[in-house]
Ligand binder design. Structure first.
Ligand SMILES: Nc1ncnc2c1ncn2[C@@H]1O[C@H](COP(=O)(O)OP(=O)(O)O)[C@@H](O)[C@H]1O
Ligand SMILES: [Mg+2]
Length: 425
């Protein structure tokens, strides 16, 4: 209240009489998020606690965030007029996905909109080739890569690296779509030929021989403050994240510290504002390589909603509004997140009944559902299991038991089947 009074130059107590335009404080800052998916939905959840309302630009009224926020603009993220409507009067405009055309964002900036992250930073999360070249110039550790002009580039690249080849679309990929881990050279050539025939720009990477995948999640504010969460392990199946273990078990302290520092350095060098996820590979020889960047809340940070002092959605809002950042310390020795992915065949039992049963069997499971229809493999929610005190990320038994429970909870929510055969009746 006092802050609001200070803003419009009136005495603090005057503002108590202000009539709110909506159930929320009419002079709280408005943040617009482009895209109405689950990330916007959960950012809105954090906005509520800060006394704000998140405005979303959603493709339709049934989008996960459009269902929950009263401030919705329906339109396409590729439509400049829709973007302008969403940007009207906002303190900052930010993203649930990275697919907004750069020229539109530059127009908005020219018209005075605070775009966070700014377009010249966001490009590194939109275009994997631009990102690889920039990281190379910054001396960040990355896999060997190559641009592609013709199918013949595949053989030249494979010869240079002597490694299996990964073909990636330069733009627009997500959840493994647009990534081909080629079986052999013929497969790689075939994939490249197919994409090029469709006019899709592709690039090549060496297939990294890895122990596992990690993620360094950080946030940066325009003021220049940075904050890093503990480095986590991510588990992918068919290119989709299925599980996150926070912190990454058994990761040597100096590697973890190095990865956090790398995340903060990249956020600063690239001028990121908001949350930055740096997807990493831990190679078989223990090296860290950067896979890709996301400049928004990220699946690898969902654990922080229940497992950290400040969750990534609140932190993203703080960062784009240039507030001081929150404490990122973990609340438990280990937190495990299990993604709820739509089953091959949606169960007969309603989701509500599944939630009901889960509450009964696992009172400590924290459920987050996105309001999405169940389709095979689709991310429809996640479950966080926050470990009991006294354990350690370096204790395989403690971590294993927590992972088993998170997987059991997530599988139950998607399949209405207990992985351990338990029968509630
Ligand atoms: N160079 C690589 N070597 C080995 N595996 C890779 C490589 N690039 C991607 N992958 C695998 O494919 C997944 C998806 O690739 P990524 O570039 O992150 O695409 P997306 O944009 O779909 O997340 C990664 O999480 C990893 O499991
Ligand atoms: Mg990825």
């Amino acid at each position: 209240m006092v802050q609001v009074g200070a803003h419009d130059g009136r005495a603090g107590h005057d503002t108590i009489c202000a009539v709110p335009r909506s159930p929320s404080d009419s002079r709280a800052p408005i943040v617009a998020m482009i895209g109405g998916g689950q990330l916007a939905r959960m950012t809105h959840q954090a906005a509520i606690a800060l006394g704000q309302t998140l405005r979303v630009l959603a493709a339709g009224p049934d989008d996960p965030a459009a269902q929950v926020t009263p401030d919705v603009v329906i339109g396409a993220h590729t439509d400049l007029d829709a973007l302008r409507r969403a940007a009207q009067g906002v303190a900052a405009l930010t993203f649930d996905h990275e697919h907004v055309p750069t020229e539109h964002l530059e127009r908005l900036v020219a018209e005075g909109v605070t775009v966070a992250p700014p377009p010249q930073a966001l490009i590194h999360a939109q275009d994997k080739l631009v990102m690889r070249r920039r990281l190379q110039a910054l001396g960040a550790p990355i896999p060997a890569f190559s641009a592609v002009r013709s199918v013949d580039d595949v053989d030249a690249f494979a010869q240079r690296t002597s490694r299996p080849v990964v073909v990636k679309t330069v733009r627009g990929g997500y959840d493994g779509r647009g990534v081909v881990l080629a079986r052999d050279l013929a497969h790689a050539r075939e994939a490249v030929a197919g994409y090029l025939a469709d006019g899709v720009e592709v690039m090549l990477e060496e297939r990294v021989a890895m122990r596992r995948e990690l993620s360094a999640l950080v946030a940066r504010s325009p003021f220049g403050q940075g904050a890093a969460w503990p480095v986590v392990q991510t588990v992918q199946r068919d290119g989709i994240c299925v599980e996150v273990i926070a912190p990454a078990p058994g990761l040597p302290a100096e590697i973890a510290a190095g990865a956090e520092a790398l995340g903060l350095r990249l956020a600063s060098e690239l001028g990121v504002v908001g949350v930055l996820a740096v997807e990493l590979f831990e190679t078989e020889t223990g090296e860290i390589l950067v896979n890709e960047l996301a400049m928004r809340p990220h699946n690898s940070g969902h654990w922080s909603m229940d497992g950290a002092r400040t969750g990534q959605f609140e932190q993203h809002l703080r960062a784009v509004l240039d507030y001081p950042l929150g404490d990122t310390a973990a609340l438990a020795p280990v937190t495990v997140m299990g993604n709820v992915l739509g089953a091959a065949e949606a169960p007969q039992m309603s989701m509500d009944e599944r939630v009901h049963h889960l509450c009964g069997r696992m009172p400590d499971a924290k459920v987050h559902l996105y309001g999405k229809g169940e389709r095979p493999g689709r991310k429809i929610g996640h479950v966080n299991l926050v470990g009991a005190p006294g354990g350690s990320p370096d204790d395989p038994e403690y971590v294993g038991a927590l992972r088993e429970r998170a997987q059991r909870a997530a599988h139950w929510l998607s399949h209405a089947q207990w992985t351990d055969g338990w029968d509630g009746h």
